[in-house]
Design a protein around this ligand. Structure first.
Ligand code: CIR
Length: 258
């Protein structure tokens, strides 16, 4: 299978309020804002190394989690979907997103109430999209998204979720028929046809890696996952994500790619 070629990424600068981002891991402590900014700069550099033109949006102080721009939209090859985040504190992050996406898309649709959907739950595998039925993306939102996909010639499939934040927190598509999975997703029938690479139990954070063009970006500090991806023939770039991890953010969360 030929991987989709991405040319563009959108990111949003972390706000100082980032230190109050939603987290299920308070034991990791609050993010260090200055270090988060440096890691964000490096992340942009990694996207550029993958060949992307990166558009950097300004920070939004009123939204601590707004640097996780992946959650507010889904960008397909032919249309963009503005989501309706399931986290109430994040719902208004979508303000202004339509104007930004209008630079790139003529066809933009929006999830309508009572549906909720977050982009972290959406995984693109060619013309098929897997969508996590998580605590953030409800059945109505998933159904609205599947209807939009089908109207544009794609297919979508809801995926029941383990107690994991987003679908891509625990599984990510590496192209070339390779699915990176944590232990929960390893036995998923939805993924049975893929060659699965299971991340070790002490590297579950690395289940969210990012394949972009000829590279896979891997969170640093996960040597066995890194080695497994390299053994599968993939070129890797390591990226320190320590400060975003403290508020449940992974590599994919920090950008929209299309
Ligand atoms: C949240 O709980 O919404 C943020 N603290 C983390 C969002 C991570 N986004 C993603 O996985 N796509």
């Amino acid at each position: 299978m030929k991987q989709p070629m991405f040319s563009t990424a959108i990111v949003r600068r972390p706000a100082r309020s980032l230190v109050r981002g939603i987290t299920t891991h308070p034991e990791l402590g609050q993010p260090d804002y200055e270090l988060a900014l440096r890691q964000h700069d490096a992340y942009i550099g990694a996207l550029e190394r993958c060949g992307l033109a990166v558009r950097v949006l300004p920070e939004l102080e009123e939204f601590p989690d707004s640097c996780f721009v992946e959650d507010v939209a889904v960008c397909t090859k032919s249309f963009a979907m503005i989501t309706r985040p399931g986290a109430a504190s994040r719902r208004n992050e979508i303000a202004g997103v339509r104007d930004i996406l209008a630079h790139y898309y003529a066809d933009i649709v929006e999830i309508q109430e009572p549906g909720t959907l977050e982009g972290g739950d959406v995984m693109m595998v060619g013309d098929t999209f897997y969508i996590g039925l998580s605590s953030r993306s409800n059945p109505d939102g998933v159904q609205q998204f599947i209807a939009a996909l089908e109207a544009h010639g794609y297919t979508g499939q809801g995926v029941r979720m383990p107690p994991t934040l987003h679908l891509k927190t625990g599984s990510s598509y590496m192209e070339d028929n390779i699915m990176l999975v944590d232990r929960d997703f390893a036995s998923y029938p939805e993924y049975a046809s893929f060659r699965r690479i299971e991340v070790p139990a002490d590297e579950t954070y690395a289940a969210n890696c990012l394949r972009i063009n000829d590279y896979v970006i891997v969170p640093s500090g996960n040597p066995r996952t890194l080695a497994a991806l390299q053994a599968a023939g993939l070129a890797t770039i390591e990226q320190d994500m320590s400060e975003f991890r403290k508020i449940d953010g992974g590599l994919s969360c920090l950008s929209l790619r299309f």
